[in-house]
Design a protein around this ligand. Structure first.
Ligand code: G3P
Ligand code: CA
Length: 253
């Protein structure tokens, strides 16, 4: 078994605003092997790094654009989204932090850590696989360059399969579930990882995933006792808001 991967959920999101460059930088400083981010498409077809389908929770959109009936990411241009404050909600020290583009994150991470890129709601953004390919290519993350390991995941398994067919050289992950046993066996030929909620992990699941030559990266675990339990069960990585804590647990195990 290789080293258990430290995967920082939305960056070091216990310590900095999720899915922002400060959270990503901190994740690298805290020992993350990979940083997990969420990607959505804006009104003008750009790829922005943000978790929710709407802007209100993690930005000041309602203050900056008063009177809008809805605050969907897909209803705002990238320039509008970039004008928002995506840090103050977390704390005054992060006032003025912006929603990053995927390209910015790829540039910030290149050569420093890997990327676990989650595509949110791909069915609502037809053609997003080709958009991703263009941005990944422009940033030098395709073709085995020095950028870093890249895994693309989604809870939309049909999209994951379509993305794999478009870019067979990029490892892909099936998020959520986990898939039923026959589907796990069927994914063995093309998927790199199965990433379920941590409470779903059993010894049988670990065995089945490993029998298919895949790895298991459960989410989201911030409790050291649960981290140790999962490590004992044989998981290959853990997705956490606290990468420094997981690195510490691993150093002591
Ligand atoms: O990578 C696992 C995790 O990110 C899935 O849940 O809602 O945080 O995107 P969510
Ligand atoms: Ca995610």
């Amino acid at each position: 078994m290789g080293k258990v991967k430290v995967i920082a959920h939305r960056g070091a999101s216990a310590h900095a605003p999720e899915n922002t460059l400060p959270a990503i930088d901190l994740a690298v400083e805290h020992g993350a092997d990979l940083v997990e981010i969420d990607v959505r498409r804006t009104l003008d077809g750009e790829l922005a790094v943000i978790h929710d389908p709407t802007l209100e929770r993690t930005t000041d959109a309602a203050r900056a654009f008063p009177g809008r009936a809805r605050y969907d990411v897909a209803g705002f241009t990238l320039a509008e989204i970039r004008s928002l404050d995506a840090g103050s909600w977390f704390g005054p020290a992060f006032a003025g932090v912006r929603v990053p583009t995927l390209h910015e994150v790829l540039t910030a991470l290149a050569g420093r850590a890997g990327l676990l890129l989650e595509v949110k709601d791909p069915a609502s953004a037809p053609g997003i696989a080709a958009d991703l390919r263009a941005v990944l290519d422009a940033a030098g993350w395709l073709g085995g360059g020095p950028a870093g390991p890249l895994v693309v995941q989604s809870a939309d398994w049909q999209f994951v399969n379509a993305f794999h067919l478009l870019l067979p050289g990029v490892p892909v992950g099936l998020l959520g579930g986990p898939p039923p046993p026959q589907e796990i066996d069927g994914a063995a030929g093309w998927a790199h990882c199965i990433n379920p909620k941590n409470t779903k992990v059993t010894a049988d699941l670990v065995h089945r995933v490993h029998s298919g030559g895949m790895v298991l990266w459960p989410y989201t675990v911030d409790n050291p006792r649960r981290m140790r339990e999962l490590i004992a069960l044989g998981v290959d990585g853990i997705i956490t808001n606290r990468p420094a804590l997981l690195a510490e647990v691993l150093a002591g195990s």
